[in-house]
Design a protein around this ligand. Structure first.
Ligand code: UT7
Length: 344
């Protein structure tokens, strides 16, 4: 007997970025880079950082909290209505536990489940796919899906790190994904997730991982730990080439699974990694400018937060309306990639 599947729809959304704006010119004071290079290679003009590099208050979970409050309010719900949390980040407050439980406490939710997702730039689409599956089988009704990052605390602001550090920014975004019986909206139609772990070292932060015996080394020989292990490392060209192949693949896969065509798409919201990647994907798919959401110029790459921030802005700007066919798509460290296709 066929089970009566629920539909999962986006009921609320919200985003939050710290107040402090850091322009390309600000970064040029710290390392040898310039506005022209950053703009030309990435499309980024500014990003937001938390006020202080060390701050026990303004943490990743805190940014997630601000975005979550807005998402819950816009859904017309309260924290008590949330019955599960999925929190995606690569920059958690603690090594363990993850940010999910911290958010559960901050929001004052009941003792609901709180799952942490560690899929970096693809974190939000992975998180959404989990929430979607829980809702479709009828396990939960209102799931809070969050993507949040504080990058500014752990970037190498010397010339050695300039290829990575100019790209990333802090921020958070969240949605409430809810079970719906409303016939007028289809909600999530298709998801696909992928990984290729052989490229783990091409985009990674090694510290504080177990492979490198970090705690013993930190205690015994703190100065002997090389910067390459502490700061994020990215083989930029290599990542770029894979990204521009995998993005179109995963988008086509989602459309095919749902029986849709590229022409049916109203909006593509790609992970904001690099404006040139978005342009390349747009060209490959033959989409007009108005059908591709790009806001990287304002926030840089906020990893797991970039899609929910862009999604929230798209709704606020009237670019994403109820009934629209929307595709969220991401590629990043892992390598991991995937898409979520839905009717909003
Ligand atoms: O979000 C997760 C997934 N991430 C991505 O998808 C990122 C993918 N990769 C990229 O977006 C690009 O590869 C970057 C934006 C990271 C780099 O752009 P690129 O066009 O691949 O530049 P490049 O690494 O080939 O560097 C070109 C030159 C080099 O100098 P030489 O060797 O040509 O003399 C770099 O040393 O630019 C130099 N460079 C910089 N110059 C000024 C690297 N970083 C900087 C900088 N400012 N910040």
């Amino acid at each position: 007997k066929k089970r009566n599947m629920k539909k999962s729809v986006i009921k609320g959304f919200g985003y939050y970025v710290p107040e402090k704006v850091v322009t390309n010119d600000d970064l040029a004071k710290l390392m040898s880079t310039n506005d022209e290079w950053i703009t030309e290679r990435t499309g980024i003009k500014q990003r937001h950082y938390r006020k202080n590099i060390n701050d026990a208050e303004e943490t990743t979970a805190y940014l997630g909290l601000q975005a979550s409050k807005k998402a819950i309010e816009s859904a017309g719900l309260t924290a008590k209505d949330i019955d599960y949390i999925v929190f995606a980040t690569l920059s958690p407050d603690y090594y363990f536990p993850g940010c999910g439980v911290l958010l559960q406490e901050m929001l004052g939710c009941d003792t609901i489940g709180a799952l942490d997702v560690r899929n970096q730039c693809s974190g939000f689409v992975y998180a959404m796919s989990v929430a979607d599956a829980f809702i479709k089988v009828g396990q939960y009704k209102n799931i809070l899906v969050v993507g949040a990052e504080i990058h500014s605390f752990g970037l190498d602001f010397t010339d050695r790190g300039r290829g990575v550090s100019v790209i990333f920014g802090d921020g958070a975004g969240a949605i409430v994904l809810s079970a719906s019986e409303d016939d007028s909206v289809q909600g999530i139609l298709a998801t696909n997730m992928h990984s290729e772990g052989k490229y783990a070292d091409e985009l990674c932060t090694k510290f504080p991982g177990t492979k490198y015996g970090w705690s013993v080394r930190l205690k015994n020989e703190p100065d002997a730990i090389p910067d390459e292990e502490i700061y994020p490392h990215m083989n930029g060209n290599f990542v770029f080439k894979h990204a521009v192949t995998r993005f179109p693949e995963t988008i086509h896969e989602a459309l095919e699974k749902a029986g849709k065509k590229v022409e049916d798409l109203d909006l593509l919201i790609p992970h904001q990694a690099n404006k040139r990647i978005a342009q390349y994907v747009q060209q490959q798919l033959g989409l007009p400018d108005e059908k591709v959401m790009v806001n990287i110029e304002k926030y840089g790459n906020t990893t797991a937060a970039s899609i929910p921030i862009a999604l929230s802005e798209a709704i606020e700007e009237g670019r994403m309306k109820r009934g629209d066919l929307v595709c969220l798509s991401a590629f990043g460290s892992g390598f991991t990639w995937g898409s979520v296709l839905f009717e909003y």
